[in-house]
Design a protein around this ligand. Structure first.
Ligand SMILES: *Cc1c(COP(=O)(O)O)cnc(C)c1O
Length: 393
């Protein structure tokens, strides 16, 4: 798989086929599954309470089709979709943790996840400790008898750090802790954590899985036992994905492997070109040899995804000017869509943190995050080169 680290197309033949053919059997011969826009279903003769089909219970044919596709592409035994990535994350944590329990969480997780852990979890009597995903020797000092869950991400935002994921799995196995990974940034096209031993895989399906920036959704993939617990909690909290959004996600997922292969290639190319530009001080992308987790990413992933970040010489003002000169790339949050987006983490995703906290994460005022789309790499580079050249005048 390592060949793809230079940006060439990874061998996704099997995944590509599974993405197209792993759904439910055809309804009335329809090649594309229709939207089942109905809140409730007629009871079948002899059915009991557990057989009730009702939209909030996440068991429409659109939901079942997505669950089948998600298990087929990740290697999990069962899956469920939710109304957003945050719904998937908070519901899963509430299903796995109760008052008196403790969770270990990586210190650079998605902002919404960190807010849930710092504000909502303690209010539910759940204790939280954050850890450096790279410092496995320090984890043992933080673990407790009550530790139930260890939560990490496959690639961190916006500096693309990769935690010591092999050690996370071993650490959890040894202690009977449930290992949970938010695999949004790598996507199942680049990394399949369940195959490597993680217990639970989560996604903001808003990003790569859907890939078209036109819905919010989340998903959880795991064992039958864990997914049953998550669905039970989801049914109480009510964060069900609407059938039309299910339909769009079913459609978007079919091209996941093609889109992500192009995004891997585009990001790798842009990272290399940006690193050679005099107006750029530093580039964060794991295919670059100077990235702190270059070797780990090469070993674990078949590609590094579409997000990279770079520091503009001259800091925040210069970075904003570069962003303002871009014509193809729009200044907007989110990632994983077919169109390239840029943002400045210091004034967007990480604006709530102090300059010191941001500095510790490698986020200066002049850092620009790029979430590349599937445009032609030369056109993207021409846009960035022109915007950066302007900075030198
Ligand atoms: C966007 C994102 C989320 C939250 O997902 P929503 O669909 O916006 O609720 C969670 N984790 C990561 C890594 C994300 O990028």
């Amino acid at each position: 798989m390592a060949e793809s680290m230079d940006g060439s197309m990874p061998d996704m033949m099997n995944l590509r086929t599974r993405l197209i053919h792993s759904g439910l059997a055809r309804t009335d011969g329809a090649i594309v599954q229709p939207v089942f826009q109905t809140a409730t279903y007629e009871s079948r003769p002899g059915s009991d309470y557990d057989d009730i089909r009702y939209l909030r219970l996440n068991n429409s044919p659109n939901h079942a089709d997505l669950a089948a596709r998600l298990t087929a592409i990740t290697g999990g035994a069962a899956a469920v979709v939710a109304a957003s990535g945050m719904a998937a994350i908070s519901t899963t944590l509430m299903a796995l943790l109760k008052s008196g329990d403790h969770i270990l969480a990586q210190d650079c997780l998605y902002g919404g996840t960190l807010s849930f852990l710092s504000e909502d979890a303690p209010a539910m009597g759940i204790a939280v400790d954050t850890i450096d995903g790279d410092a496995c020797d320090a984890w043992v000092a933080k673990v407790r008898d009550s530790t139930r869950v260890f939560l990490v991400e496959s690639l961190s935002n916006p500096t693309l750090r990769v935690a010591d994921l092999e050690s996370v799995v071993a650490f959890c196995r040894e202690r009977g802790i449930i290992s949970v990974i938010d695999n949004t940034f790598a996507s199942p096209a680049n990394f399949r954590p369940l195959e490597m031993g993680f217990d639970v895989e989560l996604h903001s399906a808003t990003k790569y899985l859907n890939g078209h920036s036109d819905l919010v959704a989340g998903c959880v993939i795991s064992s039958r036992e864990i997914i049953e617990k998550v669905i039970h909690k989801l049914n109480h909290l009510g964060a069900t994905l609407d059938p039309h959004a299910c339909f769009l996600l079913q459609r978007g997922m079919k091209t996941l492997a093609l889109r992500v292969a192009q995004q891997n290639e585009n990001a790798s190319y842009l990272a290399q070109r940006l690193a050679g530009h005099p107006a750029v001080a530093h580039v964060n992308y794991p295919t670059l040899a100077d990235h702190p987790h270059h070797e780990r990413a090469r070993r674990l992933f078949s590609g590094c995804g579409g997000v990279l970040s770079f520091d503009v010489v001259g800091g925040g003002v210069a970075a904003q000017e570069v962003m303002d000169r871009l014509q193809l790339a729009a200044d907007a949050p989110s990632l994983g869509g077919v169109e390239t987006l840029v943002s400045r983490p210091a004034v967007s995703s990480h604006a709530g943190q102090s300059p010191e906290q941001r500095a510790a994460l490698g986020i200066g005022a002049g850092l620009v995050r790029v979430a590349v789309g599937i445009e032609a790499a030369e056109d993207l580079w021409a846009d960035f080169a022109r915007a950066l050249d302007g900075a030198r005048k």
